[in-house]
Design a protein around this ligand. Structure first.
Ligand code: SAT
Ligand code: MN
Length: 580
């Protein structure tokens, strides 16, 4: 059994053990042998089902509790001293009250179970931008997912012992009772408590809890940004690479964009993946914004993934992958809606597939090491990160938002980012398809008051010498008959090319009250069977609708009271004046 020389860690592990009363304690060393022995144990208990070893070698299926299939935002709290610090964007509970309630749940909860101690590192090992954590959990499924998603085990422990600082995360699946399920964050103590769920962001505490909610808090005081962004490098035929960081709400295509394969017309262009979900952005000594991906793997949405939509993802997940809540074919292959091959016989619940209900859960996921991705960037592990040329925001909007527009300057860009709204998806429990405000795609993940967060964003105009350009995209605009106007997926390369050209030499664009949009001939449509007038439709700005949108957005900003930066309201007024 691995022990630690760090008293703060050994004391905490002993305290947790005496409160939760596990039968055994296992310190994870992060070795391959340990991973495979965990998998073997889970296969024996039926927690994992081995999939077809010829066509999907090293792949397994896990079925979660049917009531535990997505993040639970209504049960997720930020427990700061005052409610104002957490802001109207978070659920808040007084820290001591939250801790009492959680301690009650945790009392004796690991009896009959093994307690896993998982030291992990978010970010490349040894990078000055990386942060450490220890998750204590009674879920072996969490342990194997953390192995794929983070740098976990002995190497992380060594760094923790030498730096002495780490974030504490305590997790138990408890009884999986939705009535006894809470995800609590204590940013002042760098502490997370999660009880009653074994799914994704609720349970893999390195991900949304640490790398976004707690990290955003730290980033605010330390002068950096923890964001819900993919990181991608776009290489042109001359070998120049531009790096973009792009924020979209969950299940809006971040993984697809991060792994994009350019269309045939883009000979010599390459897309490199650095991250698909989270970016930590730091200004360097020269005032350049640099990004690292704190994660080491992908926890991606499975449905819709196929050789046309995302060949890189498809090829990434045909080996050494954990599938959660997908269907299975007669050949024991994983199956999901949009896979386009195979016929399911068993649905995600383990029942016979009838075709009346989805085979895979809409929020079914793959967990896989990022290194398996054919487009994995050689700089993905670079301790200094990559320089960012543009920040791209977006959401899923049937109408209103054009295919792409560029903000006029940094302050306007922060306003554009804060105005992101999107139709809700299956990634969180609740109604699907309703438009909700999701500033910077961080609504579920910002660990403090959005008002302070926006002010922090605005402050970067002082911190950076070369400000990245800010863009907004919408791949999901529809016409009156409900058809998508833009083909999306690999064809999004055409929009990325325009974005990069705007960053480099300010290629042609049309100025509108909401920002710069491409003109009719500004986006390369070669080889695409659509008329250039479609760009008109896709970039059409309905002044009346936009006036209403900005007025409503301004009201939303005002809900943050004295915390709302005056500057953002002024930006709204400027746009409103131009629209009238
Ligand atoms: O469940 S996760 O938060 O990990 C996935 C997501 O919603 O982005
Ligand atoms: Mn996400």
């Amino acid at each position: 059994m691995t022990q630690t020389t760090l008293p703060e860690l050994s004391n905490w592990v002993s305290e947790v053990a005496s409160h939760c009363n596990p039968d055994q304690i296992h310190w994870c060393d992060g070795s391959d042998a340990e991973y495979f022995s965990f998998i073997d144990q889970m296969v024996t208990t039926g927690d994992m089902i081995k999939l077809n070893d010829k066509t999907f070698p090293g792949c397994y299926l896990h079925r979660s509790d049917p009531q535990d299939v997505a993040r639970v935002e209504h049960l997720t709290y930020v427990c700061t001293e005052t409610e104002l610090e957490a802001g109207p964007n978070n659920n808040w509970m007084e820290p001591s009250k939250a801790k009492d309630m959680m301690n009650n749940f945790f009392a004796g909860c690991m009896k009959g179970r093994t307690m896993y101690v998982i030291p992990y590192c978010m970010g490349p090992l040894g990078s000055k931008f990386s942060r450490y954590g220890v998750e204590i959990t009674d879920s072996i499924y969490v342990a194997v997912n953390m192995y794929l998603m983070t740098r976990m085990g002995q190497s992380a422990l060594k760094e923790i012992e030498s730096s002495g600082s780490f974030i504490k995360g305590l997790h138990s699946t408890g009884e999986l009772d939705p009535e006894r399920r809470f995800i609590m964050h204590f940013p002042d103590e760098l502490f997370i408590m999660s009880y009653g769920s074994g799914y994704g962001g609720n349970a893999l505490l390195g991900k949304k809890c640490h790398a976004l909610r707690i990290a955003s808090h730290q980033a605010r005081t330390e002068g950096w940004l923890a964001e819900h962004m993919l990181i991608v490098g776009i290489e042109n035929p001359q070998g120049e690479v531009h790096y973009l960081a792009c924020a979209f709400p969950s299940a809006c295509g971040k993984t697809n964009l991060a792994m994009l394969i350019p269309p045939e017309e883009y000979k010599g262009w390459k897309v490199w993946t650095l991250g698909d979900d989270i970016a930590w952005l730091h200004p360097d000594e020269s005032g350049q914004l640099r990004a690292i991906n704190p994660e080491a793997g992908y926890f991606g949405v499975v449905p819709g993934t196929n050789l046309k939509t995302n060949p890189n993802a498809f090829n990434t997940i045909t080996s050494n992958t954990i599938f959660t809540n997908v269907a299975v074919t007669a050949d024991n292959e994983p199956w999901w809606e949009g896979k386009e091959t195979g016929i399911p016989i068993t649905d995600w619940l383990g029942n016979a597939f009838t075709g009346k209900k989805p085979g895979a859960h809409p929020n079914s996921r793959f967990t896989v090491s990022a290194k398996q991705n054919p487009s994995y960037s050689s700089l993905a592990e670079a301790p200094e990160g990559v320089p960012i040329s543009a920040l791209v925001f977006g959401g899923r909007r049937k109408e209103l938002a054009p295919l792409v527009y560029q903000a006029k300057d940094w302050e306007h860009g922060v306003m554009v980012a804060a105005s992101v709204a999107s139709e809700t998806t299956a990634a969180a429990t609740g109604k699907i398809g309703v438009v909700r405000r999701d500033p910077m795609a961080m609504k579920p993940f910002c660990g403090y008051n959005f008002g302070d967060y926006w002010a922090h964003w605005l402050s970067f105009s002082q911190k950076l010498s070369a400000l990245p350009k800010i863009f907004h995209v919408n791949w999901f605009r529809q016409n009156a008959s409900g058809e998508f106007l833009w083909p999306g997926f690999g064809e999004n390369m055409r929009v990325l090319e325009w974005i990069i050209s705007r960053c480099k030499d300010g290629t042609h664009a049309v100025e509108t009250p909401i920002g710069f949009v491409p003109g009719n001939n500004d986006i390369n449509l070669n080889g695409l069977n659509i008329d250039s007038s479609r760009i008109d439709e896709l970039t059409h700005i309905d002044y009346k609708q936009w006036k209403q949108e900005i007025s409503e957005f301004k009201k939303y900003l005002e809900e943050f009271g004295s915390k709302t930066p005056e500057r953002l309201l002024e930006e709204c007024d400027k746009v409103l004046a131009e629209l009238s």
